[in-house]
Ligand binder design. Structure first.
Ligand code: AMP
Length: 463
């Protein structure tokens, strides 16, 4: 799962080689086995400073290679001062907001560290704790964890973080959005002050800045892309459509246009389930992923999505965070998100690793203000595929949005459903590599703290 760093930035030639960054021979060997040839910009900027022991504040977009930017130098920092981990303890602690992201970071440490003798464990909620507790029994070099389960295990004295030397906080803004900031502060409060801290966030709401200020000492700031800038490789468009026409429009789009790997974003768990059922009824192979799905169900859906004949993945924002796939050809916003920055995160799922991608957003009459907020954030309009209706917004919709042919819908045999009829054959093979960034709730920023927290909690429950 590699991307082409050259395609990520026009001046990649300036970023030299991994050997120039001062990494060990063991890491260089693992990197060449991974097929990485050139550091990405954030890697080139961050690695030498992290190796030198400096704190880091990284503002990095999705898919920039930030995991390697912290994992590689930390592996060498561990090697430079080898020490047997003590029972239940770790030397590096990485906090990540979701289990999927935690699992991916853990995998990255294992694969980059395979010639460096790195012992790593991962702990997250939603599964039994026994295996995780066992993995920590003798201690590890690197522990990757989601905050809630980590606090649980600390409370049970199965994990001890009092001797952590290196802390990584990944996707801090998402932590905030998911309501984990309190847990994070609690965890950080139990750690030694004398440590190296690497802090990553895709966006910078005020609360994230405050958290960073409280955790970092004279950090190096690395920014790989301006805030809320979607990749240039994503072609964006909006379709004005009445709410009741959305489903038919989606079916039509999936049959005629979005024939690659597609993620359809729904705003709520309930909405995602309904859409999933509707697509299957229309004979389109689909899978849903959201917060009410068990870990096993999520893994199954993701495995199918990575397969050469992927179902359409219907996802809520939070569940979509763990999707690590590069060649998503289309993102469809079935509903526009409340927070404009979430739009940027969603469409960051496509157009990755230099590939082109398309993001199509459906906008009904009630969503016009959300569209305006998104366009304001992007500082430019999203090209519209049809005329926004004049007067009563819903009135002009029927003409401008042709519904799918009735013969397209609802009659597929079981076999057709699996095979996803109407989609182009020989669609590209899986080429993974993706993760997401985080929004800052504009509503929450404007509201007083208590109301903001309440709004966030309410929003989270629906995801
Ligand atoms: P990340 O931003 O950490 O989620 O990384 C995005 C994807 O890029 C992952 O699939 C990585 O395996 C891949 N990747 C990271 N660094 C490089 C690199 N220097 N060259 C090629 N692929 C990379």
């Amino acid at each position: 799962m590699t991307m082409t760093p050259e395609s990520l930035t026009p001046d990649a030639a300036l970023h030299g080689s991994f050997a120039d960054l001062g990494l060990s021979a063991q890491l260089l060997k693992a990197l060449s086995e991974e097929g990485y040839t050139t550091p990405t910009p954030i890697q080139a900027k961050a690695i030498p400073h992290v190796l030198a022991g400096r704190d880091l504040f990284g503002c990095a977009q999705t898919g920039t290679g930030k995991t390697a930017a912290f994992a590689l130098p930390l592996i060498d920092r561990l090697r430079a001062a080898p020490r047997k981990p003590e029972p239940r303890r770790c030397r590096v602690l990485v906090l990540a907001p979701t289990r999927e992201l935690a699992a991916q970071i853990h995998e990255s440490f294992l694969s980059y560290g395979r010639h460096s003798g790195v012992r790593a464990a991962v702990i997250y909620g939603g599964v039994g704790q026994q295996r995780q507790a066992r993995a920590m029994m003798h201690g590890v070099d690197v522990l990757v964890a989601t905050p809630g389960r980590l606090l649980d295990l600390i409370g049970q004295r199965l994990v001890d973080i009092r001797s952590v030397e290196y802390l990584v906080l990944d996707e801090a803004d998402r932590m905030l959005d998911m309501g984990f900031i309190h847990d994070v502060r609690k965890i950080v409060g139990q750690m030694p002050r004398d440590r190296q801290t690497l802090f990553f966030s895709a966006t910078l709401p005020a609360e994230v800045r405050d958290l960073a200020d409280s955790m970092l000492r004279n950090p190096l700031e690395v920014r790989t892309a301006p805030r809320s800038t979607p990749a240039e490789t994503v072609s964006q468009s909006v379709v004005f459509v009445a709410k009741r026409e959305k489903k038919a429009l989606l079916v039509k789009l999936l049959r005629e246009e979005a024939t690659g790997r597609v993620i359809v974003f729904a705003r709520t768990k309930h909405g995602a389930d309904k859409l999933h059922r509707d697509l299957e009824k229309a004979g389109i192979d689909a899978a849903a992923i959201h917060g009410n799905k068990s870990q096993a169900q999520r893994e199954k859906a993701l495995a199918a999505f990575k397969s050469p004949r992927p179902p359409v993945l219907v996802a809520t924002d939070i569940a979509a965070r763990g999707i690590d796939v590069d060649d998503v050809a289309h993102v469809v916003n079935f509903e526009l998100p409340h927070e404009p920055e979430t739009y940027v995160h969603r469409i960051g799922r496509t157009g990755r690793a230099g590939q082109t991608g398309a993001a199509v957003s459906f906008c009904d009459a009630e969503e016009r203000s959300r569209l305006t907020a998104i366009e304001r954030l992007l500082c430019r309009p999203i090209p519209a595929r049809n005329q926004p209706p004049a007067g009563d917004p819903a009135a002009g919709m029927a003409e401008s949005v042709p519904p799918a042919r009735s013969s397209d819908r609802g009659t597929a045999s079981r076999r057709q459903v699996r095979g996803r009829p109407g989609r182009a054959p020989g669609r590209g093979p899986s080429r993974p590599g993706a993760r997401e960034q985080s929004p800052g709730s504009t509503a929450a920023v404007a509201a007083p703290p208590r109301a903001a927290q309440h709004a966030r909690r309410k929003h989270r429950r629906a995801l």
